[in-house]
Design a protein around this ligand. Structure first.
Ligand code: PLP
Length: 423
């Protein structure tokens, strides 16, 4: 496979952009390969600067659930752009989008639009603190909630250690407000509440973790979080930046039948344009300025072009018959192909259109067990797939995303390439 142009562009980019990329995982560092510089995408395929074609299972890290270049979304963007790129004033489209989101996710009674998932989480956390008058936030080791200071924290050792920042530039004093529990471990959460319960503003969770690879919540884990937060007067925040509109029209809230107090959205909600949102119960959202004291604002928030794309996307999803059933079937097909090819030497976690293969025979239920995956084998597997025209996330600790544009032919080809991989 030719990678000459990508290699050249990367070398040049490195002189002007950190690592040559505008988001670290794009540098392919974990797999030691040359990142593909993408020129265009269409349906289930992406094409790089050297003209290589790949079946794309990154799907822009989630937004492209209907594939790339969806006509209705592109037209909505073109038409709205022609009417003006930004006004800094309210538009009818923001109301239409808020109504649509509420219809699909009824728990979101009131919603604010922002520009990214990071911003959505940062703002929801502030609302939780403002509403409860408490400072502490509980998150789970291995869950990613964007790159705001307080969220770049994981557990040191075990579930109940003092939190330390993962990133340079995050003040240790700030990180102290983030407590870390182990995913799927009610006892680690109980212990934090027993010690600090009256100071905990919220528990934030990826209802299906997709940033330590895909890890499903065990039976009863999400209801347990709903129960313990209610008992202590804390809020439950579902970070649905990945799961929103992907697991079901109503995201994880619908899939698992849980009503959190706040939900954060990103990716699909913007139809591929930069858009995020946070919202939830009316009573809680009353805290947001100008109604309440929690300040949160944005020059481009509710951008008319991004909202047009979001509306087009959600309308397509709402009206597309059998979407989630198809995605689930495709997910199962790929999961079975991995199991068949690698036997009990791998663990495959799959739910709907999210999937991860871990190179360990043991169940992966949290961050510690995800880390047991053999990363050298992952690297080999990634290269095998890439060299055969299958574009996957270049890290063990990410998900494979399936879209409605992946055809039977794409899946057949992908299964063939999987079956040719030797452990
Ligand atoms: N929350 C989750 C669950 C995510 O997966 C991500 C990004 O991948 C974010 C928040 C941050 O979103 P963004 O990258 O749009 O800032």
């Amino acid at each position: 496979m030719i990678e000459e142009k990508s290699a050249k562009l990367w070398e040049q980019s490195k002189t002007r952009i950190p690592g040559g990329v505008n988001s670290p995982v794009r540098a392919f560092r974990a797999v030691n390969r040359i990142p593909r510089f993408i020129r265009r995408a269409s349906g289930s395929k992406i094409y790089d600067a050297d003209g290589n074609e790949y079946i794309d299972y990154v799907c822009s890290w989630g937004p492209s659930i209907l594939g790339h270049g969806v006509k209705e979304i592109v037209t909505a963007v073109q038409e709205s752009a022609a009417e003006g790129l930004t006004f800094g004033a309210p538009t009818e489209r923001e109301l239409i989008l808020a109504e649509l989101v509420h219809e699909m996710m009824p728990v979101i009674e009131v919603m604010r639009l922002v520009n990214s998932g990071t911003e959505a989480v940062m703002s929801a956390v502030r609302v939780a603190r403002g509403y409860t008058g408490r400072d502490l936030i509980v998150k789970f080791e291995g869950c990613y909630h964007g790159h705001s200071d307080g969220m770049l924290v994981k557990a040191g050792s075990g579930a109940i250690t003092a939190a330390v920042p993962d990133s340079g530039g995050v003040p240790a004093g700030y990180a102290k407000n983030t407590l870390v529990a182990a995913y799927n471990s009610p006892s680690s959460v109980e212990e934090l509440f027993r010690q600090r319960g009256d100071d905990i503003a919220a528990v934030i969770v990826e209802p299906v973790a997709a940033n330590m690879g895909v890890v499903l919540p065990s039976d009863g884990f999400l209801p347990f979080l709903r129960d313990i937060t209610s008992r202590y007067g804390s809020l439950l925040i579902f970070d649905e930046v990945i799961t929103g509109f992907r697991l079901a029209q109503g995201g994880a809230c619908e899939y698992f039948g849980i009503e959190p107090d706040l939900v954060t959205l990103g990716k699909i909600v913007g139809g591929g344009m930069p858009l995020g949102a946070y919202g939830g119960k009316r009573d809680v959202m009353k805290s947001v300025s100008p109604d309440g004291t929690v300040y949160q604002a944005g020059t481009l928030a509710g951008n008319p072009v991004a909202t047009a794309a979001g509306i087009a996307m959600l309308n397509l999803i709402r009206n597309r018959k059998g979407l989630y059933e198809r995605l689930e079937n495709r997910g199962r097909l790929l999961a079975d192909a991995f199991r068949k090819a690698c036997g009990d030497k791998v663990t495959v976690n799959q739910i709907g259109s999210l999937l991860s293969v871990f190179f360990t025979p043991y169940p992966v239920t949290d961050c510690q067990s995800a880390r047991k995956s053999d990363l050298k084998t992952f690297s080999r597997y990634f290269s095998h797939m890439l060299d055969h025209g299958i574009y996957l996330a270049p890290s063990q600790f990410e998900a494979l995303f399936i879209s409605d544009a992946h055809s039977d032919e794409d899946l057949k080809r992908t299964c063939e390439v999987i079956s040719a991989f030797r452990l």
